[in-house]
Design a protein around this ligand. Structure first.
Ligand code: NA7
Length: 535
């Protein structure tokens, strides 16, 4: 059903998730010609690939969606507070259908390289189908958590059973009935899938490297009445999201936990805990992520909750996080995660105490035993934010290779553009706030800013735009300084690149808040694209 196979276009778009779909919509609205490519055989991005049992959004459904169309907002009905993956995927398929976006994409097509031709003044984009397309602009909508990481454990390929990564789950699903299953990893993906797999499998062994703090999601079905109220107020809710720190309809309080009495803080923590969701941490006291003493108070509250939920004290001990401040690794939301360890068919192995030695045909061998398994699930995460881009062979001016430019950490201006890579725009690139909050809020802002910029260039007859080296350097320093003022650098998180062996230890997103970032981007555009050179 693809409409155009033009080989010279205004823009190439890479990816068909939230970002790519909206980019295509906006570019068409503005009258730009385009080609769009997607690796999968359908739309959905994150929600196309992450089909593991229990997968779902940790942002509330009514804000984890597009806000660009009032009709769409009113038409779509979410079933519950935190929608499961199949429902989000259906939503994105519906959006693509409704706005005829499928027709823009070449599916099952990977962009392998993109080279800037300085003489011709355009990008030369190549796909794994051997096609070459030239374009004035390239827009990457490749996601932040899309390059999966399977650890190099010796003997992995000798395993006699099946293994899967949560982020590349088979479309046909996996039936765990009667199986002995091992899950490696207890980040958000592990915490979502472990309770569901435990119910299906004969036996589940969880291999945990770092215990996680987690807050109950408090997922509930939505009633018709709730949906109607939400729809009535949705404009205001979304506007609040745009200016709030993490793109959610709540924000940090104007005082710290250290400013209130012990009684008051307990009352507040309990009340927010009962609500469920991220509000517990990100709609809470404003010092939790800045002051270790304040953070310890919040961390101890959660440790106590974990101890209460887990029957066996030895298992509880292993599950209780220590050694890093709460919230500095992405805080998971859970639906009965800790309670799962009270089941007779679930075991927990702490691989820091009992390291994995190798994978053998029969299962996983640790320093003290062999755990026999039929299936291994790697919930081991992603090479976040940078790898989705560097795995495409981008070459800028003078053939400079993106992977080399970023060898010591990503360098971008606003997480949107890079010096020496003219007319290349990244949606939610490193140096943008994106992953620190509600993604669709961030994505819509980026897409609108980028497409406005393109329209502006067309209007003034400009050919190229790229950040100055100074603007890029200053942005990198600013992103680092903001992070250093928080407790985030104290954790070995994917935000820090610490989950990937050899990856530079650099805080990847901008932590100054969605609202501040939006204002900054708007001011930059208003001031004639300050920090960019336009020719
Ligand atoms: P995460 O959050 O990176 O979690 C990966 C988990 O896998 C985490 O518990 C890791 O332990 C563990 N891991 C990674 N490598 C290994 C090895 N080699 N051995 C043992 N355990 C390992 O990825 P998710 O997919 O859960 O979540 C990614 C994001 O998706 C999430 O933050 C949300 O934004 C949505 P570690 O903590 O590194 O010690």
């Amino acid at each position: 059903r693809k409409l155009s196979a033009a080989t010279d276009v205004d823009a190439v778009v890479i990816g068909a998730g939230f970002s790519g779909l909206y980019t295509v919509y906006k570019l068409r609205e503005l009258g730009f010609t385009l080609r769009a490519f997607e690796q999968g055989d359908g739309v959905g991005g994150t929600w196309y690939w992450n089909r593991y049992p229990g997968a779902g959004s940790d942002s509330e459904s009514w804000v984890y969606c597009f806000s660009f169309s009032r009709e769409l907002e009113q038409e779509w009905n979410w079933s519950c507070r935190f929608p499961p993956q199949p429902e989000i995927l259906s939503y994105l398929e519906y959006v693509a259908e409704r706005f005829d976006l499928h027709s823009a994409f070449d599916f099952e097509t990977r962009v392998t390289s993109a080279r800037y031709d300085e003489t011709a003044g355009h990008w030369v984009v190549e796909t794994d189908h051997g096609e070459t397309v030239t374009a004035e602009f390239v827009i990457t909508a490749v996601g932040c958590l899309s390059a999966t990481q399977v650890p190099e454990i010796p003997g992995r390929d000798s395993f006699a059973g099946n293994w899967y990564h949560t982020g590349q789950w088979p479309k046909a699903g996996v039936n765990f009935t009667g199986q002995r299953v091992g899950v490696i990893g207890t980040g958000s993906s592990g915490i979502q899938c472990i309770p569901v797999i435990a119910e299906q499998a004969d036996h589940l062994t969880v291999f945990q490297r770092t215990p996680q703090f987690s807050v109950p999601a408090g997922n509930v079905p939505l009633t018709d009445e709730q949906r109607e109220t939400l729809k009535r107020n949705i404009r205001e809710i979304r506007e609040n999201c745009r200016w709030a720190t993490i793109g959610q309809p709540y924000d940090l309080k104007d005082h710290g936990v250290l400013d209130v009495s012990e009684e008051e803080r307990r009352r507040q923590f309990e009340a927010d805990w009962a609500k469920g969701g991220f509000e517990w941490m990100f709609g809470s006291y404003n010092d939790l992520l800045f002051d270790k003493q304040a953070n310890d108070i919040a961390a101890d509250f959660v440790r106590e909750k974990i101890r209460d939920k887990v029957d066996d004290p030895e298992t509880a001990r292993k599950l209780i996080p220590t050694g890093y401040p709460i919230g500095t690794k992405r805080l998971p939301l859970d639906q009965g995660y800790f309670e799962t360890y009270n089941r007779d068919n679930v075991d927990l192995i702490d691989v820091r105490e009992e390291p994995i030695v190798e994978i053998v045909p029969a299962g996983i061998r640790t320093e003290s035993r062999t755990v026999e398994l039929d299936t291994i699930v790697f919930a081991t995460g992603f090479d976040a934010m940078t790898r989705p881009l560097t795995r495409i062979d981008f070459r800028g001016r003078s053939g400079v290779k993106l992977e080399e430019k970023w060898a010591h950490g990503p360098q971008t201006y606003l997480g949107v553009a890079m010096a020496d890579f003219p007319n290349l725009f990244m949606i939610t690139g490193p140096g943008s706030p994106s992953v620190l909050g509600n993604m669709p809020t961030s994505i819509e802002q980026h897409v609108e800013w980028i497409t406005d910029c393109m329209a502006h260039m067309r209007e003034i007859g400009a050919k190229t735009i790229e950040p100055t080296v100074t603007a890029e350097q200053e942005w990198g320093e600013h992103v680092g300084e903001l992070a250093d003022a928080t407790l985030f650098p104290q954790a070995d998180s994917w935000y820090m690149g610490a989950n990937i062996p050899g990856k530079p230890r650099v805080f990847l997103p901008y932590i100054g808040g969605f609202g501040n970032y939006r204002k900054l981007c708007a001011d930059i555009a208003e001031n004639g694209y300050e920090g960019f050179s336009i020719s």
